[in-house]
Design a protein around this ligand. Sequence first.
Ligand SMILES: [Zn+2]
Length: 110
Amino acid sequence: MALLVVCAGIFLLIALPHVIAKSRNVSSKNLSTVDILTALGIFLGITWFVAIILACTYPEEQAQQQATATSAVTCGNCGRSLGKLETPNVIRGHNVCYQCYTLLKDQVQQ
Ligand SMILES: [Zn+2]
């Protein structure tokens, strides 16, 4: 019974970097790096510490996606949201789409 508890404890200790990285929602590329370093840590020891440090310090993927999603630009004239590849044009300090810019630019310059 005691041996089973010790084995479970060792397994949890080995899996700890993966669990931390997974709960912090790091990218799949960084997660596989943590897994490789954890597996090497079984033989080398030191790479397990590197894996747990990386698991705690890698940037969270979902948070970055949400940040870019909330920074979507809308046209200050017609209200249409601009696409990812569209470059917003600025008229009187407002971001406007290309169609509105071509309509308004002559009026603004007068
Ligand atoms: Zn517009």
